[in-house]
Design a protein. Sequence first.
Length: 388
Amino acid sequence: MRLIEGGSPPGTTVEPTLPGAYYTSEGIFRRELERIWFDTWLLAGRSDELAAPGDFFLRTVADESAIVVRNREDGISAFYNVCRHRGARLCSEASGTFKSAAVRCPYHSWTYDTLRGALIAAPNVPDGEHGFSRADFPLHPVRAEAWGGFLWLNFNADAPGLAAALGLPETAAFYDRYGLDALKLGKRISYDVQANWKIVMENALECLHCSHIHPELSRCTPPTLPRHWLHEDLPESFVFKHSGGMEMAPEFEAVNIDGRSRRARFPGLTEGDARTIYYAFIYPHVLFGFAPDYVFFFSVWPLGVAETQVHAYWLFHPAEMAKPGFDGSDAIAFWDATNRQDWEACRLVQQGNRSQMYRPGGVLVPSEWRVNKFRRYVLELVPPPAAF
Ligand code: FES
Ligand SMILES: [Fe+2]
């Protein structure tokens, strides 16, 4: 594994950012929805968030809402959150449990089975009469797949499968040692961020800002220590990108605020892994952090051009969680503080990006080379309109 002291790979040069309009234009945002968000696999959450049949949560991309639900056969189904009758939003709660694992519209009580979305009741509308057949009005499905205990959605019915899109299993093989499938959800926090979704991702893709706004993170994994770059050693796909490992400071035993270890590390880690947090990204919207005794990740969901929701998760080994006195709050507090510092920075970037002086965009210095990779991904899918 190659070590680079801070900085960037050889040959990296100064590059432009995306033009300012990519962060402020409604028109570009609509194109991103079509070309990126409604045509890619999105990490919706963890399987153990939906423990029992009928348990559901919603995931929102702009005006589109998906219901993700454990169906009565103990599988995961996903549907557009739109009633087939007159189009009412079926469910407005962010999460909960549907009685009898069926979804009932609040307007005229059309009721749908969550297994395949079949319309099973339409009060006062006799089935098979007046040219009405319930079979013609199932919920519109959203594709759902699972990998590693993670639940994934795709709004495009014809997209390639999840494994093909992510390049599995090769792209993720390095992280098998964390036993992702078996990990349990310790905590989830959702954040509202007043910034374009790409600002949130670009912020996550560089650590140039770490020593300036993240005192806790920088004490634990000083940005000046050697980075263990992985991107040239491990297979990537169009969307799955490795970011390498950051070492803990010598006095730290854990990736948290005080450096004190509170949990056994994951079985199967090397001595080197035990002093490192590895990062990986899945475009367009996921960051993973693989710490020795927990896995942190978040997914970024655009609600509007300058309004974004971030769902952050902390996963732990089930044997640790089963111990009396288990406490993951050290890891949670560490990333919660770091996240909030990031969201404030993102808010400021969004404000500045609205300036007429930022229309041409800004500059990416060499250590922001991962941001540049992400910029190329965005430009490939959403090229600039001719007006730029
Ligand atoms: S709009 Fe849903 S039952 Fe009428
Ligand atoms: Fe940050």
